[in-house]
Ligand binder design. Structure first.
Ligand SMILES: NC(=O)C1=CN([C@@H]2O[C@H](COP(=O)(O)OP(=O)(O)OC[C@H]3O[C@@H](n4cnc5c(N)ncnc54)[C@H](O)[C@@H]3O)[C@@H](O)[C@H]2O)C=CC1
Ligand SMILES: N[C@@H](CCC(=O)N[C@@H](CSC=O)C(=O)NCC(=O)O)C(=O)O
Ligand SMILES: [Zn+2]
Ligand SMILES: [Zn+2]
Length: 369
């Protein structure tokens, strides 16, 4: 079938809107009509060419929501008409990783997903007879996409696509980093580096679990107002700090953060996030994705003296299990998504979403189809 997609033809180039050919679903696969997709910083990272797994030409996008249009042979958990959120971290419930219950990093289809292919090693997308790569197993910058059954969370049918698509990445990553990965407890003091689409959800998660001081760090002063609305108690702009930022954060937290989160993808901030943690027990969680070749460093003494360095992918969430619950939280008014979606646009204007992000003018842009 012919579909409309924003295609990344090469690194650093704007996306081009094309009529693309999409094959129907094969064994264990599902054709999804995408109704809305968010644009995450990770899409921009891959488009920049700095992602070692970035392949071109490709259909990017990993923060979508839509409706099942057709199921392939062997699909049992979904049927046409079901509302779904595609998952870049699937949940097969059978692999060693899923069964360990120690991680959400299902590996059932990770190898082919990282090569931009469906689990059988081929692509469903093509342009002018030449295959296009899939992206993160989801390729939501298209009005139709094909996704493995194990990479689809079935959600309630009354949830608005243009809001809950954000649960496909940013919301779940931020809330999950707090709840699943750090396991922040009531009364904890936290520091959040980066108050964008992810960091604001970390702030929201910290407020939900009853954190005490929630200190936000960002070089964009415009982030202060919204972050405060989401639960931030103190704002620090590193550009306005005279002297040592880490020392200031240790002082503000009364000895160091119980938990810190790096939500930018900057290895220097990752070090500061670790070193502002409390001696003996502080835990720092890396959420941001740093470019190929970047490395983190600190004095091992920081760890010897009891700080812990962790990382999180998709907030440690098991997507098919956890995503429908987060959709319920939104529908029950327990979490705020609406105020984070600052721009909504048609597919033709998707490059504007990247421009807004790079200029620091958006939190989340959403494309509706
Ligand atoms: N681990 C995971 O599962 C996921 C990771 N990510 C990654 O998280 C990071 C953040 O993503 P988004 O929130 O969508 O990006 P964003 O662009 O919306 O937000 C980044 C924020 O960092 C701030 N910032 C930039 N440089 C800074 C500095 N030197 N000091 C303090 N603040 C600074 C910006 O002003 C902005 O507010 C990206 O690296 C993205 O790839 C995103 C989703 C999931
Ligand atoms: N391909 C990149 C790393 C990208 C990455 O870390 N992705 C995160 C999700 S970011 C979403 O916006 C993730 O889930 N990683 C787990 C995984 O298995 O990829 C690189 O190689 O740098
Ligand atoms: Zn993302
Ligand atoms: Zn699995």
């Amino acid at each position: 079938m012919d579909v409309r997609a924003a295609v990344a033809l090469g690194p650093g180039q704007p996306l081009t809107i094309e009529t693309v050919q999409l094959e129907g679903p094969r064994e264990g696969e599902v054709l999804v009509e995408i109704k809305a997709t968010g644009i995450c910083h990770t899409d921009a990272y891959t488009l920049s060419g700095k992602d070692p797994e970035g392949l071109f030409p490709a259909v990017l996008g990993h923060e979508g929501a839509g409706v099942v249009a057709e199921v392939g042979p062997g699909v049992t958990s979904l049927k046409p008409g079901d509302h779904v959120i595609p998952l870049y971290v699937p949940e097969c419930r059978q692999c060693e990783y899923c069964l360990s219950f120690k991680t959400n990093l299902c590996q059932a289809i990770r190898l082919t997903q990282g090569r931009g292919l469906m689990p059988d090693g081929s692509s469903r997308f093509s342009l002018g007879g030449k295959p296009l790569f899939h992206y993160m197993g989801t390729s939501t910058f298209s009005n139709y996409t094909v996704v493995p059954e194990i990479a689809l969370a079935k959600i309630r049918s009354d949830a608005p696509f243009e809001k809950v698509c954000y649960i496909g990445c940013g919301v779940t990553t931020g809330l999950g980093a707090v709840i699943n990965t750090a396991k922040v407890e009531p009364g904890a003091n936290v520091v959040v580096f980066g108050l964008g689409g992810i960091g604001l959800n970390v702030i929201q998660g910290c407020r939900m679990v009853g954190a005490n001081k929630i200190i936000g760090v960002d070089i964009n002063p415009n982030r202060q107002e919204l972050a405060t609305k989401f639960g931030m108690t103190h704002f620090v702009n590193p550009k306005e700090v005279e002297g040592d930022l880490v020392a200031l954060l240790v002082e503000l937290t009364g000895g160091g953060a119980d938990y810190s989160f790096e939500c930018v993808g900057n290895v220097n901030l990752m070090r500061q996030a670790l070193e502002c943690c409390h001696k003996g027990w502080g835990v720092s969680v890396i959420v941001g994705v740093a470019a190929a070749g970047e490395e983190i460093s600190t004095r091992p003494f920081q760890l010897v003296t009891g700080r812990e360095w962790k990382g999180t992918a998709f907030g440690g969430a098991r997507g098919r299990t956890d995503v429908p619950k987060i959709v319920d939280w939104y529908m029950d008014g327990k979490i705020n998504i609406d105020d984070l979606i600052t721009h909504v646009m048609p597919l033709d204007e998707i490059n504007t979403a990247f421009d807004l992000m790079h200029r620091g003018e958006s939190i989340r842009s959403v494309v509706t189809f």
